[in-house]
Design a protein around this ligand. Structure first.
Ligand code: GLV
Length: 324
């Protein structure tokens, strides 16, 4: 008999077909919204699940799901999982690293460009019909090429951004990370390791690419914003909660930093109302990995993680070790 799995949110039909070859699949192509209770009750009926970053698998959920064996997150970030609790219950956790690295780094750079060069702000101005003539200082922004980028969080995506910055735009790259890169990786990214404070004080553009955890909560708050240059831009493609959004909105309104580009938000999909009314911020709805080939690769890797666990006892990109 096929194991029962649930796919929490709509997904590519070809991924569902792949899963149906191996499992009895409950899909949610209608995108019926879950409450925590309805999600927990549904999950409890299944041995496996394909989740997105907004579907929680924490200790409370796990307690109600004794038959659960494996959960595959279609995301590289997994702060919706309580991995130690999953390990304790013998539930295999997996994510989708690597397949989204370059696409997400592309987007980080796109958001940096849009922010520094005021693309969204000037486009809104044009659409409002306010453009009547050319002016020497119209939407004059910050320079990108030749400037200094400070990358906080130097994992795979951070390194992708560093390569683009150093090799494509002749930027000076400084970074801060829990651990320092090897000399070889630093040379490849032309990146120099600095303290967090040094990075905030020196960078023309600060790019956040670190994972969210209790330790990284509000890595950028009022104190850190006040260390940045008034001409600096801040880009967050990491996770909501890494930035104190209320403090950022205030700093933007008071022009204590020049501009920000945000793809992720505290409490998303809600966005802090003050961010919606400041002009010098570019806002996108958590789409950094969203190219069609990459989203398909993520969905198929998540599916393959489930298939691999149920056929071979181990996911391809596991986050924990469990015995099947
Ligand atoms: C997206 O935010 C991801 O973690 O993959």
């Amino acid at each position: 008999m096929k194991s029962k799995i649930i796919v929490a949110r709509p997904i590519f039909e070809e991924t569902l077909d792949r899963l149906r070859e191996h499992f009895d699949v409950t899909d949610n192509q209608a995108d019926v919204a879950w409450t925590k209770t309805s999600w927990t009750q549904a999950l409890a009926q299944h041995a496996g699940a394909l989740t997105t970053g907004s579907d929680p698998v924490d200790a409370e959920v796990l307690k109600a799901c004794p038959s659960l064996k494996a959960v595959a997150n279609m995301a590289v970030g997994y702060n919706n999982f309580d991995v130690p609790a999953m390990t304790a219950k013998g539930v295999q956790a997996s994510n989708t690293p690597d397949v989204l690295t370059e696409t997400t780094a592309d987007f980080g750079f796109a958001l940096l460009m849009a922010t520094a060069r005021r693309i969204a702000e000037s486009e809104h101005y044009l659409r409002r019909g306010e453009w009547t003539q050319w002016r020497y200082d119209m939407f004059a922004g910050a320079e990108v090429h030749g400037s200094t980028i400070g990358i906080l969080g130097m994992g795979r995506i951070g390194q992708g951004i560093a390569r683009r910055a150093a090799h494509g735009f002749g930027m000076k790259v400084i970074y801060h990370n829990r651990s320092r890169l090897s000399a070889e990786s630093e040379a490849e990214c032309k990146a120099t390791y600095v303290s967090k404070e040094g990075l905030l004080k020196t960078a023309d553009h600060v790019m956040l690419v670190l994972p969210y955890s209790a330790a990284s909560h509000h890595t950028i708050g009022a104190a850190e914003l006040s260390q940045m240059k008034p001409s600096a831009t801040l880009v967050n493609i990491a996770r909501g909660g890494i930035v104190d959004d209320a403090a950022l909105a205030l700093a933007l309104r008071e022009k204590r930093i020049a501009a920000a580009g945000l793809d992720v938000f505290e409490g998303e999909p809600k966005v802090h109302p003050d961010l919606l009314t400041v002009p010098n911020v570019v806002l996108t709805p958590h789409i950094a990995s969203s190219s069609i080939p990459t989203r398909l690769a993520m969905a198929n890797l998540a599916a393959d993680n489930l298939i691999s666990y149920f056929t071979q006892g181990k996911s391809i990109t596991p986050l924990n070790t469990v015995t099947a």
